[in-house]
Design a protein around this ligand. Structure first.
Ligand code: FMN
Ligand code: SF4
Length: 664
């Protein structure tokens, strides 16, 4: 570390790294990892989750808002993979976790909630509970209507959870209403149709939240921080509450005098579109909810924390300078690089591994019922990829292929002390990512490749572009080990079959090898069912195609895409008037028409010949070099990674690159 340089950087980030008083406790800087459920637990907190949160504290975040949707009430339907705060069995690990975070100088608070109608009774085997029998747009399960005598035990459960956390050495609790949980359901005139003291006008609808806060305040000492999380911008009209209403609610809660920290964000879970705004993906504006937080800060006496697409330290500093907030949530940014605060402090900004805002590995997987990973940070899914042992002695490593898998392997091998060379036959690094980053819905997708390029340069990796490996060149180089990261290619012949219309792949269009002419009739045939089919259909429509039909043999368009990425793609498909044709198999051509077969009935449909058929999902492993290398030197240690083994996701390419780099 260059001390002068880091002092300058600290000046640049003087707000971000200034301590701050929350209630009676001081947090060392303004960077917060906000509550997020990683899907690691099933009620009982486990060591993996403890290590995961400790890692964030070790990386320098001032405040760790732990867990996500941690349930206070035994008889509510907990969310998938969350922690049960009501369960005394968690106490030992709660204590351990608090000790570990404190040892790194951080504060730790826990989110605490009852999710009400949000959830699925199949997870807990218990009915959902809500103010009224109105189901949520996402889960669509009719809840049990809470009788008036069933409400006080829930209020007590919030208080018990707070008392437990304080007993276990925690710094505070974050009561949450956020993203459609029970407290917010009580507030909403569209959801709460009660006629008792917990319904009716705003005073009645706020009673439950106020009683929860009063009970929590009663249960803990004045030293214990009481935080409250809510949406400042619901994004949807479905709640019957707008930004003014949320401000009014916050003001009334503030006046109770118990809340030490308001945590403001946006979105809501009443609809798919509003839910996707809760963890805003790459088409949302950066600093998505600073406007809502700013307004709250102007009107509330308690300090304000904001969360929503704050990706970089510069953006975080700006939020503080602009008085949008007092503390800054950088949740995904810290998932992608837990050392972001530390690296910022030390002036190593260019070394921060950036979140590419894909939402695919983290929240996307969670909403598909899987524990989170991070597309760009494989250590989240496999902690053995966190630390690298220095190599026992320096070897000469040749990596063939400069896509994400090869670049990651090179980065890690070089960081461990090897002499590393990449041979890439194209004229730039990035592999298929060079095409993928041109998708307009993903403006930040290329950040990881840019970071890898910087790291390869810093680590003195020798990158040779426009270099094709031949047996002779290999023998001449005489490496100790070879890694084949040659990727995959779209197999247009396999895709096109009997179709004789102009056939291309989405990659050819994104690479600008093929262009869409004004007025072209385009059919996209997507057998993959993820992001690419819908994205290229939108691309074609905006590039001037006169009509675009998106055909897939799957149940639905974007069948296997998570609920966070789908809404924006669907919105654009609708806006671009793309015709959606699921359950249709492209069977060839007949009488000058394209022939589609209905997957279920077998009925034929003839559609007017398109000018262009774009195939998505026909990647084939580029693995031919393996045999060539083996023939050239049978003794050579050769390994394959990424798509060259089998075409898969970006996260697989990255994690395989890191794994192999760590074993060379
Ligand atoms: C994997 C994941 C799970 C999340 N789970 C929760 C949750 O349980 N409760 C909650 O209040 N927010 C949850 N969030 C939202 C985050 O707290 C935060 O508001 C959001 O990620 C936006 O901040 P960012 O842009 O800094 O990531 C989750 C976010 C992610 C990425
Ligand atoms: S999975 Fe994607 S959005 Fe989530 S933290 Fe990692 S890079 Fe960011």
């Amino acid at each position: 570390m260059n001390t002068d340089h880091s002092a300058t950087v600290r000046r640049e980030f003087q707000h971000l790294f200034s301590p701050f008083q929350i209630g009676r406790r001081e947090v060392k800087n303004r960077i917060v990892s906000t509550a997020h459920a990683p899907g690691f637990d099933s009620g009982l907190l486990n060591k993996r989750h403890v290590d995961y949160l400790e890692r964030k504290a070790a990386g320098g975040a001032g405040l760790i808002m732990a867990f996500g949707s941690a349930s206070v009430y035994k008889y509510s339907s907990a969310s998938y993979g969350s922690v049960s705060l009501w369960d005394p069995e968690n106490e030992q690990l709660l204590e351990d976790l608090a000790d570990k975070v404190h040892a790194h100088g951080g504060l730790i608070m826990s989110q605490a909630t009852h999710m009400g109608r949000r959830g699925d009774s199949s997870i807990s085997g218990r009915p959902l509970q809500a103010p009224s029998a109105i189901s949520e747009g996402i889960h669509r399960e009719t809840p049990h209507v809470l009788r008036i005598d069933e409400i006080p035990p829930i209020i007590d459960a919030f208080a018990d959870a707070a008392a437990r956390l304080e007993r276990c050495g925690w710094d505070g609790i974050e009561i949450t209403s956020f993203s459609g949980h029970l407290i917010e359901q009580f507030w909403s005139p569209a959801i709460n149709k009660r006629t008792d003291r917990y319904g009716g006008d705003l005073t009645g609808r706020m009673r439950f939240s106020e009683e929860v806060i009063e009970a929590v305040a009663e249960a803990v000492s004045d030293d214990f921080i009481i935080g409250f999380r809510m949406t400042g911008d619901p994004v949807t009209d479905d709640l019957g509450l707008d930004q003014d209403d949320m401000l009014e609610i916050a003001k009334r809660l503030d006046r109770l005098g118990h809340i030490d920290l308001f945590h403001i964000s946006g979105g809501n879970a009443a609809t798919y579109a509003a839910q996707s705004a809760v963890v805003p993906g790459d088409t949302f504006a950066r600093s998505t909810y600073n406007h809502a937080a700013h307004r709250m800060k102007e009107n509330l006496s308690a300090p304000v924390l904001v969360a929503g697409r704050i990706l970089d330290p510069e953006q975080a500093e700006d939020a503080l300078v602009n008085d949008d907030c007092d503390l800054v949530g950088m949740t995904r940014a810290i998932i992608a690089d837990p050392e972001l605060p530390q690296k910022t402090m030390e002036g190593e900004l260019s070394q921060i591994r950036p979140c590419n805002a894909c939402t695919e590995g983290c929240i996307g997987r969670l909403y598909m019922g899987m524990p989170i990973i991070c597309t760009v940070n494989p250590a989240i899914g496999d902690s053995s990829l966190e630390n690298f042992e220095p190599a026992d002695y320096m070897r000469r490593i040749l990596i063939v292929g400069g896509g994400p898998a090869g670049m990651e392997a090179a980065r890690v091998a070089a960081a461990r002390g090897h002499d590393v060379m990449i041979w890439e036959r194209g004229d730039q690094l990035g592999g298929q990512m060079t095409a993928a980053v041109t998708a307009p819905e993903r403006p930040h997708y290329g950040r990881h490749i840019e970071w890898l390029k910087r790291e390869l340069e810093r680590l003195n990796v020798d990158v040779q572009l426009k270099t094709t490996m031949t047996p002779d060149s290999l023998i001449e180089l005489d490496p100790d080990k070879v890694v084949l990261a040659t990727g995959s290619y779209p197999d247009i012949l396999a895709a096109a079959g009997d179709v004789t219309t102009r056939c291309v792949t989405d990659i050819a269009i994104l690479d600008q090898a093929v262009s869409i002419e004004k007025g072209d009739r385009v059919m996209v045939y997507d057998r993959e069912g993820k992001f690419r089919g819908a994205s290229i259909a939108n691309f074609a429509a905006t590039a001037g195609a006169s009509q675009v039909e998106l055909v897939t043999p799957l149940w639905s368009v974007c069948e296997d895409l998570d609920a966070m990425q789908k809404p924006e793609l669907y919105r654009l498909l609708a806006e671009n008037q793309v015709v959606l044709s699921p359950n249709q198999q492209l069977a060839g051509q007949k009488d000058g028409h394209l022939l589609l077969n209905d997957v279920w009935s077998g009925n034929e449909r003839l559609v007017d010949e398109a000018d262009l058929v774009v195939f998505v999902g026909y990647q084939t492993a580029e693995d031919a070099l393996y045999e060539q290398v083996k023939q050239a030197d049978p003794q050579l240690d050769v390994q394959m990674i990424g798509d060259a083994i089998a075409p898969r996701r970006l996260s697989d390419a990255i994690s395989e690159g890191v794994r192999i780099g760590n074993t060379l």
